[in-house]
Design a binder for this molecule. Structure first.
Ligand SMILES: [Zn+2]
Length: 398
């Protein structure tokens, strides 16, 4: 049976007011004065709201959010290893259920307009595959409302904890979509072997690569070189993301230019979440003007790492704009393109967009312009996934 949804009087990306007819989960037509072809079609009055493709959260950690567990007192030390240890202890002591927690984050993300998520899942010798299994169960529950990609991620180190590689291998066999890596010099203290192992798993399972790279300055630049070398040798062009990449904001201009050339030559994408001021940040506009693919993500939401995030990609857009000193309308339009089309290219959702034939993954917002949407972040939103309404006015309906 054909199902139809007609959205009347919306402004795609702030353009001219139009109607959008959705049939069987895809945009069938756009234009003025459209009428449904079936009597049982759902009709929505768009009231000149802005229309975007669904938001893409290309980097989060759904297995370990503390949403719904009461307020956690944050007292971990300042170093990366302090936070990793603190988190492992908390997970053990609190008995966090990754299925329940990732489901809670999924509902909030859907309500805020997110239609696609890439989530990292901790895999270590203490936690085993519990995080992966819980999040995979959530992915199945929400498959009609949210596209979820799972990254097998060695948060506590890979080579320093014997048995971790085998667990990652198992997760990839059992349905993890992407292989992750982490600070190859700092955590495992053997960057070549760390990256050879990650790319070896990528080749074995034919999956993309996404590496957390917090390492600063020249150390981080060295890791970018090593990642680019392996991307080239394996032929993984277009299939690698470097997440955070703080080093791109911590080297001089000539070195940045050299690193950008490496990223472009291998079509390596960069994920930025608009980090706090304690870290250098990748210069989003410089990278974009050079042609580097960019995506963005919320990173950890209300977890042991920090309490300040929420699963709303408009808040993420605000933070990226704030950190990069972006104030002009055209600059904010770039940021919203990063949280929609940019993320979609990374998740392999190439047809994500607002044109006939695209999957009907849509967000309607009660805002006048892109800039107003980012500043005001209205709760008046309507979210459509594959032609079905999945959230309205801040409430997830699935
Ligand atoms: Zn992360």
């Amino acid at each position: 049976m054909t199902t139809e949804l007609l959205v009347k009087d919306v402004r795609p990306l702030g353009g001219e007011t139009t109607d959008v007819l959705v049939r069987d989960g895809r945009i069938a037509a756009m234009g003025s004065g459209l009428t449904p072809t079936t009597p049982d079609a759902t009709v929505i009055e768009g009231a000149n709201w802005l229309l975007f493709p669904g938001f893409v959260d290309a980097h989060t950690h759904m297995d370990k959010t503390l949403i719904g567990l009461g307020w956690h007192r944050h007292d971990a030390g300042p170093a990366l290893l302090d936070k990793i240890e603190h988190e492992r202890r908390l997970r053990r002591d609190e008995g966090i259920d990754p299925y329940q927690q990732s489901s809670r984050q999924a509902r909030l993300a859907i309500a805020a307009g997110t239609t696609h998520i890439r989530t990292f899942v901790d895999i270590d010798t203490e936690w085993g595959l519990a995080g992966f299994e819980g999040v995979a169960r959530m992915r199945e529950d929400f498959k009609d409302a949210l596209t979820v990609q799972i990254v097998a991620f060695p948060q506590s180190g890979m080579l320093v904890r014997s048995g971790t590689v085998e667990l990652m291998d198992q997760a990839l066999r059992d349905g993890a979509d992407v292989v992750g890596g982490l600070d190859p010099s700092t955590i495992d203290r053997d960057p070549a072997k760390h990256l050879d192992t990650v790319f070896g798993l990528a080749e074995k399972h034919d999956v993309d690569v996404d590496i957390h790279l917090h390492e600063p300055g020249e150390l981080g630049a060295f890791a970018v070189e090593l990642i680019a070398e392996r991307t080239k040798v394996l032929g993984w062009r277009g299939r690698v993301v470097i997440s955070h990449a703080f080093c791109l904001g911590g080297v001089d201009d000539a070195e940045l230019g050299r690193l950008i050339d490496l990223l472009l030559a291998n079509d390596i994408a960069i994920m930025s979440h608009g980090p706090s001021g304690s870290r250098p940040a990748p210069p989003v506009m410089r990278l974009r003007e050079a042609g580097v693919r960019l995506c963005a993500g919320n990173d950890g939401i209300r977890d042991a790492w920090g309490p300040l995030n929420m699963p709303d990609m408009l808040l993420r857009a605000f933070l990226i704009a704030y950190r990069n000193n972006l104030r002009r309308d055209d600059e904010i339009e770039h940021v919203l393109d990063i949280i929609t089309h940019g993320g979609a290219t990374v998740l392999g959702a190439a047809a994500h967009g607002l044109a006939p034939g695209c999957p009907a993954d849509l967000v309607l917002l009660d805002a006048e312009t892109h800039l107003a949407a980012v500043i005001e972040r209205p709760t008046s939103r309507l979210v459509v996934k594959r032609g079905c309404i999945v959230a309205r006015d801040g409430e997830c309906l699935v």
